[in-house]
Design a protein around this ligand. Structure first.
Ligand SMILES: *Cc1c(COP(=O)(O)O)cnc(C)c1O
Length: 447
């Protein structure tokens, strides 16, 4: 299995190389050059598999010869010791709760698999890595927890100082050790831009930089497993489902696309976004305009004005978009419109979806509620002829202010998170300039 760059100017690489590099040298994002097909016979075995066992079967062809099958199997067992609840909500509606990991975010899933794969490859090569990652809230804590104490890896997490919740922040800043946190007096897009720029800055060419953002293929592939697992559990191997994903950087829904491409019977991929509506507009008009600055919404982990994974979405539909969002070749719009449904959900509609779900006994936080509203709109348009899966990407207790303000309740924290919040915080604050970040890196790593 080889990987190519969305910018088409880099040599093909193996999975190991793509994983350790993060971004391709031409600043594009890596994608597989081919996709395995899981046959109906193979898929018929899935309903009886554990999540970890299914993760092994799905990831194996993508990882190829770089990791022996038994090593991949034990890595998946270690990465996924927690439950993956699927709730039936009636009328063919299902809810997948991806919030049982150590930071109560779906980002734990990919981060934990990726950290273990990276650590294994680095050990084989006697190498070290410095991971730079930008977070709009949940990535940083999932990455920090997944890599905490992993030998040979240092992590720097950048986050927008005033846009992450106290709990989100504490989940990153209380670990210390090999995890360093930088609070930027700006927006998520600034953080993401600094990380991207540091990668191509010759000043840092002596540092073994890598990324753990959703631009890394290692963050993407494990996310295809959600959809194979949910499909198998819901259908018991017969028929299709549609999936509704709350989208920010579009890494999660690219996972769904990959699952579909490999033969998982997913009818539509529903991309629900908040008021950052660049994707639904693009889908409708074929013209892409980023939103600068990104709009602040209740679902703060989705406040992304230019999703990095759109370059991948465009690429798999035979188009080309570069890292700044310029389209050099239009994707096959008709195919894109056939496979995707996308809708933008305002904050008032997000709150209304939280209330409406709660009136049915379903507790959602704002990100899951954007998807819930997306599901309602999708069903209005396309009917309810196949089961629809809504993905809840975080635990409601991570957003106490919103839960209190909208539903008047204060859901209890999962115990692991409660423990993490007791630690001492440490982080460095910088202003929103690349100079300040560059200075921080030079001082910290003595470049
Ligand atoms: C990151 C995040 C998202 C968006 O996921 P993408 O893969 O970036 O599209 C949605 N919900 C929550 C809670 C998140 O943390």
């Amino acid at each position: 299995m080889r990987y190519r760059s969305t910018n088409l100017q880099s040599p093909l690489v193996s999975f190991r190389e793509a994983l350790l590099a993060g971004q391709a040298p031409d600043r594009g994002l890596y994608l597989p050059t081919e996709y395995p097909t899981f046959s109906a016979e193979e898929r018929a075995t899935w309903p009886s598999l554990s999540y970890a066992a299914l993760a092994h079967d799905i990831l194996k062809p993508f990882v190829g010869a770089d990791l022996p099958s038994d090593a991949l199997a034990s890595l998946c067992e270690e990465a996924y010791p927690f439950p993956i609840p699927i709730e039936e909500a009636g009328s063919g509606r299902f809810l997948l709760r991806l919030d049982q990991g150590p930071t109560a975010s779906f980002k734990d899933f990919a981060a934990r698999a990726m950290a273990r794969m990276m650590s294994r490859f680095l050990e084989q090569e006697g190498r070290e890595l410095l991971i730079l990652t930008a977070t709009s809230g949940d990535t940083g804590s999932a990455i920090a927890h997944a890599f905490y104490g992993v030998p040979g890896i240092e992590v720097v997490v950048l986050f927008p100082e005033t846009e992450v919740s106290l709990r989100q922040r504490k989940l990153m800043t209380t670990l210390n050790g090999n995890i360093r946190c930088v609070a930027v007096d700006g927006k998520f897009d600034d953080c993401q831009a600094f990380v991207k720029r540091a990668f191509s800055d010759p000043t840092f060419s002596s540092l073994p930089l890598s990324s753990a953002n959703s631009i890394n293929i290692g963050r993407l592939l494990p996310q295809s497993v959600y959809y194979a697992y949910a499909w198998a559990q819901i259908t018991q191997g017969q028929g299709e489902i549609s999936v509704v994903v709350p989208c920010g950087n579009f890494g999660n829904i690219m996972g769904a696309w990959i699952a579909r491409r490999c033969g998982v019977p997913l009818r539509h991929l529903v991309a629900a976004v908040n008021e950052n509506d660049e994707f639904p507009r693009f889908l409708q008009t074929g013209r892409y305009e980023k939103i600068v600055p990104s709009r602040n919404c209740l679902s703060n982990a989705m406040n992304v004005g230019h999703p990095s994974n759109l370059a991948r979405v465009v690429s798999v539909y035979d188009g080309q978009m570069d890292e700044i969002g310029q389209i050099h070749k239009s994707p096959e719009m008709l195919a894109l419109q056939r496979d995707f449904f996308s809708t933008s959900v305002s904050d008032p509609d997000t709150a209304a979806a939280m209330r409406s779900a709660w009136s049915e006994g379903i507790l959602l936080e704002p990100h899951g509620a954007v998807a819930w509203c997306g599901m309602q709109r999708y069903r209005q348009r396309h009917g309810a002829s196949c089961p629809t899966l809504v993905v809840e990407t975080a635990h409601p207790a991570k957003f106490p202010e919103a839960m209190q303000a909208i539903l008047g309740i204060d859901p209890p924290l999962p115990p692991a998170i409660e423990a993490a919040l007791l630690g001492e915080e440490s982080f460095t604050s910088i202003n929103a300039s690349y100079e300040a970040f560059s200075q921080y890196l030079r001082d910290t790593f003595r470049v």
